[in-house]
Design a protein around this ligand. Structure first.
Ligand code: CO
Length: 150
């Protein structure tokens, strides 16, 4: 019995450690109400790369209520969102070969998940970044701050 307890405690402690280590990864959810569940994502500059997991918790299809996760500088965000709309569904509403796009996922529909992993090397602490969904019309509401700390 004592051994089992020790194993359990070890498991709990190692899980707690992995939570700390997993801070270079963030899951964000989008739903059928045009909402992300986070207004802000904070990542440490000590992460050489970060992973964003996007989960669509709704039921509507990707061509009706599609969501993606796109990151740009805040000053570029509107222009990238508009260019994404022009790029269309075949490009997941992300402008092709556009250096203003720091990272992006594909468009997903209800019940689907996707992720993107990217380097923070070119990003600066304290600079102003915005994440958003570039599905036409969504960016006005589905957006938030992406913050890099020490
Ligand atoms: Co969307």
């Amino acid at each position: 019995m004592k051994i089992i307890k020790t194993v359990l405690i070890t498991l709990i402690v190692s899980q707690a450690n992995s939570v700390v280590a997993a801070s270079c990864e963030q899951t964000i959810e989008g739903n059928d109400m045009l909402q992300f569940n986070l207004k802000e994502i904070v990542m440490s500059s000590t992460c050489s790369e970060v992973t964003i997991n996007l989960k669509h918790t709704g039921q509507l299809a990707g061509n009706i209520m599609g969501h993606n996760w796109v990151l740009s500088k805040t000053e570029d965000f509107m222009a990238v969102a508009l260019a994404g709309g022009s790029a269309g569904p075949s490009e997941n509403y992300v402008p092709l070969n556009d250096s203003r796009v720091i990272a992006s996922t594909v468009i997903i529909g209800g019940g689907e998940e996707t992720s993107v992993t990217f380097s923070l090397a070119s990003l600066g602490i304290g600079e102003d970044y915005t994440f958003f969904c570039s599905f036409p019309g969504h960016y006005a509401i589905m957006k938030g701050a992406f913050i890099i700390t020490n």
